[in-house]
Ligand binder design. Structure first.
Ligand code: C5P
Length: 242
């Protein structure tokens, strides 16, 4: 997308300067769905930063490198190419040129992504790639540190949260409706709590709202309500809000 234009007939907004929308929050808060809706509505590139951590985790698993081995992971990162190809239905993810999108949602890759993401060298590398992607302008990027570390100057920052129970429930339902191997609801909740803990307590760019982020708690909201609130924030920024 080029600054000053909108793409597709569903767009309501008209962008005059490149826009970056940062959406952060814990697993299962609904970030991907909201990001996709905003991308469609405002003609933004939709970039899922978590998919990059997942692709790298897949590579580490294949290389039989332990997720705690910081040195080996740093070397592996130097030999790895991760690319996102944004599309209507989400991102395709290329790992060293091969499309690995369908392999990134298994419980093993999910856990490993959370574990490799604590290492500063891994974060530095992926944050650099994410910033380069954002330089295209007019993007919505979701993750854990987008508003705090990747795009600290993003004009729109949203921190999307919900109770762990609600997030576990949603993730379970989501997994059931896709090809992801199904785990019991209690197990899904346990994994969500473990990932939350790791994301919130890691030393390097932990998950937390940026000081200027708008918090949306989706626990008692419908998806449509969350999308409308998020869209209103974008509209305010691009000057078509009330
Ligand atoms: O968002 P998603 O669940 O796909 O992310 C997978 C993992 O990657 C998360 O559990 C988190 O630990 C890590 N991640 C991160 N920073 C981001 C995006 C994801 O640390 N910006």
């Amino acid at each position: 997308m080029v600054s000053g234009t909108t793409a597709g007939s569903s767009n309501e907004g008209s962008l005059t300067t490149p826009l970056i929308v940062a959406i952060d929050g814990p697993a299962g808060a609904g970030k991907s769905t909201v990001a996709r809706a905003l991308a469609q509505r405002f003609g933004l590139l939709n970039l899922e930063s978590g998919a990059m951590y997942r692709a790298f985790a897949l590579k580490a698993i294949r290389a039989r490198i332990a997720t705690g081995d910081a040195v080996a992971l740093e070397t592996l990162a130097q030999e790895t190419d991760v690319r996102l190809e944004p599309g209507e239905m989400g991102n395709r993810v290329l790992l060293d040129g091969a499309d690995v999108t369908e392999q990134l949602r298994s419980p093993g890759v999910t856990a490993a992504a959370s574990e490799v993401s604590v290492h500063p060298a891994v974060r530095r590398w992926l944050v650099g790639l994410q910033q380069a992607l954002g330089a295209q302008g007019n993007v919505v990027m979701e993750g854990r540190d987008i508003g705090t570390a990747v795009f600290p100057h993003a004009p729109v920052k949203i921190f999307l949260d919900a109770s762990p129970e609600k997030r576990g429930e949603r993730r379970y339902e989501q997994n059931r409706s896709t090809a992801v191997p199904t785990e019991m609801p209690a197990k899904v909740l346990e994994e969500i709590r473990a990932r939350d803990r790791r994301d919130r307590t890691r030393a390097d760019s932990p998950l937390k709202p940026a000081p200027d982020a708008v918090l949306i708690d989706s626990t008692d909201l419908t998806l449509e309500e969350v999308i409308e609130r998020a869209a209103a924030l974008v509209e305010q920024k691009i000057g078509i809000g009330k």
